[in-house]
Each structure stands twice: as C-alpha cells, then as structure tokens.
Ligand binder design. Structure first.
Ligand code: NAP
Length: 269
C-alpha cells in the first residue's frame, strides 16, 4: 500500500507519510530501511547526523534495481547538520550526502537544528538555495528552527522552505510553529510522531478510537497527524509494524475522537 501524494509549495510531490530512519544503522539498519520500502514507504527521512546515509542509499538503490520502480517515485530526504552551517560547509555537506547515498539527487534537504548562538545558518540556507538552482537538491526544508530563524532566511533569500520538521505527538503539539508553517504554505512533518512510543498510545482517547475503528493505537495517532495536515515520520524495525503504519488512509477519526486526542496536549496555548 502506497501513501497518497501532496503537493509542496514548490510544485513537487511528497508522500503523506514517511519512514523515520533514526537510529537505524549497519546491516540491521539496511534491512529495516529495505523492509520499509518493501512495505510501501516511498519517503525516507535520513540525516547526516544519523550516520546512516550509506545504509539508506544502499537500500534505495537495491530496491530501484530489483523492482524497476522509477526513481521519481522514491523521495529521499536528508539534513545538513548545525555543525556545517556556513556556505562552503553546507555545499560540501550536501556533496558528502550525495556520495554516501550514492544518488545523483537529494529530493528534500533540510537545514537541521541551527545553532541559536550564531548567524551561520543564514549562509547555509543560501547554499541550499544555490544547490537547488543547480538541480542536485529538489526541495528545501528546515528542521527544529525558531520562528525568528525561519523569518530571517525567508527575508534573506525570498525562498520559503517547502517542508518544516518539528517534534510532534499528542502531548506536544507545536501550535505556534505549525501556525507559522501554515501561514507560509510550509508542509509540517512530525518527527517522533508516536512520541517515541510514550504512554500517549495507552491514553483512553487513543485506545477508545482504536477500538472503535478496529485499528491499533499507533494507527490512530498517525491518523490524528494526517487529519491536521501534518506528515508523520514513524519508525519501526518491524516489517508488520511498518505495514500497519501505512494502513492509515482507509479510516477517519470523528471530530469528537480528534478533539479527544488533541486535548491530551500539554503545550496547548
Ligand atoms: N529532525 C530531528 O531533529 C529528528 C529528531 C528525532 C527523530 N527524527 C526523525 O523522526 C523519526 C521518528 O522518530 P522516533 O523513532 O523517535 O519516533 P516514533 O516513530 O514516534 O517512535 C519510534 C519508536 O516507537 C516504537 N514503536 C513503533 N510502533 C510502536 C507501537 N505500535 N507500539 C509501541 N511502540 C512502537 C519503535 O520500536 P520498534 O522499532 O521496536 O517498533 C521505536 O522505538 C526518526 O526515525 C527520524 O527520522 C528527527
């Protein structure tokens, strides 16, 4: 089962759900990422900091060769770490990612967790904009940025990111940042969408909705992300669990169920 596609503000498509790849590494990591592709995931969320671009790229290249699925149907996302946020370093970081992945294009590259103590992220963003113009990266995004950092890069470059990643789950809902993303037409991606398997999965509001729809609590939480137009990036090493994550497009939470889960927020304004 494949996820439906959304359209980013730069006109490119992106699946409505992606597979998180942290902390998958080594041969077990490669097997898990390959299983995710076999399960039907088409968006993979990697990062230079996860030190797994070799494993992710190997799984993608094998999958493309064996299935003959077109490259354009797979979306590989990676991130330029805060430690490489100046112009030249960001260019080199993307070159390194391309080499480690063994691909000739990165589908989405994110500016990852800029250091609030420096302005270097502004130069790194300019570098990403230039790489996009060269065609080696297709869409641009940000991860763990402040509203001020986001406003600064948009004012500097005139380029609004297509994707914004935040840590989001039923307990931590990130309303101010998500409102800013929505105002700018940036698609929110939720990292740790299950809360890293926090007790949110056992909350009566989640368990009750799961029982009502004959699905699991994890599926309910992923559906809750989707119904507020946030792209979840769950991770599991388990093939059956990965397939379950993708099976979230055939049911919908009622308004009351959705509100019950949203009421779990501990950061609701
Ligand atoms: N931008 C950033 O700074 C940033 C930071 C952290 C993460 N991320 C991204 O977000 C992705 C997801 O983050 P995450 O792995 O913390 O989030 P998650 O998907 O919320 O949680 C994954 C954990 O939950 C377990 N799990 C999965 N399904 C479950 C279920 N039905 N019941 C109970 N436990 C279950 C998994 O274990 P099993 O493997 O045993 O199933 C795994 O330990 C990462 O892989 C990464 O790509 C981004």
């Amino acid at each position: 089962m494949n996820a439906p596609l959304l359209t980013l503000n730069d006109g490119h498509p992106l699946p409505w759900i992606g597979f998180g790849t942290y902390p998958l590494r080594g041969s077990a990591g490669h097997v898990a990422v390959r299983a995710a592709l076999d399960s039907g995931f088409r968006l993979l969320d990697a990062a230079a900091n996860y030190r797994n671009e070799v494993e992710v790229g190997r799984a993608v290249r094998e999958f493309l060769t064996e299935t003959r699925i077109p490259r354009d149907e797979i979306f590989v996302q990676t991130k330029v770490p805060g430690g490489r946020h100046d112009y030249d370093d960001a260019i080199e970081a993307c070159d390194d990612s391309l080499a480690l992945l063994g691909l000739d294009r990165i589908d989405v590259v994110l500016l990852h967790a800029p250091d609030p103590a420096t302005d270097a992220y502004r130069d790194a963003w300019r570098a990403l904009v230039d790489l996009r113009a060269r065609g080696v990266v297709r869409s641009l995004g940000v991860s763990n940025v402040t509203a001020q950092q986001l406003a600064t890069i948009v004012a500097d470059s005139g380029v609004v990111p297509a994707v914004g990643q935040v840590a989001m789950d039923p307990y931590s809902q990130q309303h101010p940042m998500r409102s800013e993303f929505a105002r700018l037409g940036i698609v929110t991606q939720s990292w740790s969408p299950l809360g890293g398997a926090t007790p949110a999965l056992a909350e009566p509001a989640v368990a009750g909705a799961a029982a009502a729809h004959g699905v699991t609590p994890a599926q309910v939480v992923l559906r809750w992300h989707l119904q507020q137009r946030s792209v979840p990036l769950p991770m599991s090493t388990e093939f059956a669990q990965q397939r379950e994550f993708l099976d979230v497009f055939r049911f919908a939470l009622t308004d009351a169920e959705f509100a019950g889960i949203s009421a779990l927020g501990r950061d609701v304004p």
